[in-house]
Design a protein around this ligand. Structure first.
Ligand code: DQA
Length: 143
C-alpha cells in the first residue's frame, strides 16, 4: 500500500474562517475529510498534517523520509514565497512532491506569483480549491 503525506502550512487550519472569498467556505476538517474520502476505496494510506511553524513543517518532511512515504503533497501557505528552508527540506528527502495552492497564486499579488519551493517539486497545482489536493494525490499515485 502506498503512503502519501499531505502537509498544510500556516493559516490553512483557518479555512472557512479566513478570506472566504478567496479560499471558500469549507472548513479545514471538512477539506481533510473530503480528500480522505476520495481515496477510501484505493490502496493508499493518506495522512494529513498541518502546522503554522516553519520548523514543524520541516520536521514533517523529515519524518516522511524516515517513514518511507511514497509521495508528498504540500501547501506551504505563505512560506511558499520565501522559505528556502522548506525548499531545502523538500530537496533533502528525495520523495516526489506536488505543491498545491487553493487559490490561483498567479493571478493575485506579485509576491504570490513567486514560489521558491516549486523548483523542488514535480508539479504545482493552483486555483482548483480542495480538488487540487485530489489531483495532486492522483499524480503521485500514477507514478
Ligand atoms: C495559499 C496561497 C498563499 O499565497 C497564501 O499565503 C496561503 C494559501 C493557497 O492555498 O492558495 O496561505 O497557499
Amino acid at each position: 500500500m502506498k503512503k502519501i503525506l499531505i502537509i498544510n502550512g500556516p493559516n490553512l487550519n483557518f479555512l472557512g474562517i479566513r478570506e472566504k472569498g478567496i479560499y471558500g467556505n469549507d472548513d479545514y476538517n471538512s477539506v481533510c475529510k473530503y480528500i480522505k474520502e476520495k481515496f477510501e476505496n484505493e490502496d493508499v494510506k493518506i495522512e494529513i498534517l498541518q502546522s503554522n511553524s516553519e520548523g514543524k513543517i520541516i520536521d514533517f518532511l523529515q519524518s516522511a523520509y524516515f517513514n518511507k512515504v511514497d509521495g508528498i503533497v504540500i501547501n506551504p501557505g505563505a512560506y511558499t514565497h520565501y522559505s528556502y528552508a522548506i525548499l531545502d527540506a523538500i530537496k533533502s528527502v528525495s520523495i516526489p512532491t506536488v505543491e498545491v495552492h487553493l487559490s490561483n497564486i498567479h493571478e493575485r499579488e506579485e509576491f504570490r506569483k513567486i514560489s521558491v519551493t516549486a523548483p523542488a517539486c514535480i508539479d504545482q497545482i493552483y486555483g482548483k480549491g480542495k480538488e487540487g489536493y485530489v489531483e495532486a494525490v492522483e499524480i503521485l499515485l500514477k507514478r
